[in-house]
Write a new protein. Sequence first.
Length: 218
Amino acid sequence: MERAAVFDVDGTLVDTNHLHVTTWWEAFRQAGHRVPMHAVHRAVGLASSDLIAHLLGEGRDTDQDAGLSAAHKALYGQYFDRLPALPGAGELLRRLAGDGWTVVLATSAGGAELGALRRAIDADDAIAATASADDVAAGKPAPEPVERALELAGVPAERSVFVGDTAWDMRAGSRAGVRCVGVLCGGLPRADLEEAGAGAVYADPADLLAFLRESPFA
């Protein structure tokens, strides 16, 4: 019986959340907006357009949105050649694939950014497919990214587990009907993940791998 292991990428498999915080903060600063870093941190995980709307509000000058996204992309792109995988990320994906799980990524990244993330994880042999920002009309916390990942895996929600590091991830997974696992390596509190739908929470991929036999993947 096939099973799907769906993974968020930023903050879950690759240690990028604080890079996103810094580069979004700088993009906003360049455009004349003062947005606190703690607010940016809690918005990381949203698609770019949703993140901007969440932080600046619906009354903002939306003509600035494209420029803000482009500035963030350019600033973040400076790190593409040295994005660090989180401990145990590649090993966890290979272990799950070896145990018969179909491993699929569900991420708001695309293009060159997604390529850089996959190089950091260095486990392409274990990854069956990727649902990227280019594949869905709505990003997390909408369920579409997770639902698209399940379509690519060809596995129903009841035989799937979704791993992520933000409340947006947990809400997306819950709305898609999958079991949700949270990781703390994205920097958000355990309580936030549990309140948003996480049935289990681990420190990082290495911690999940160490306790795999007692986890929702058992």
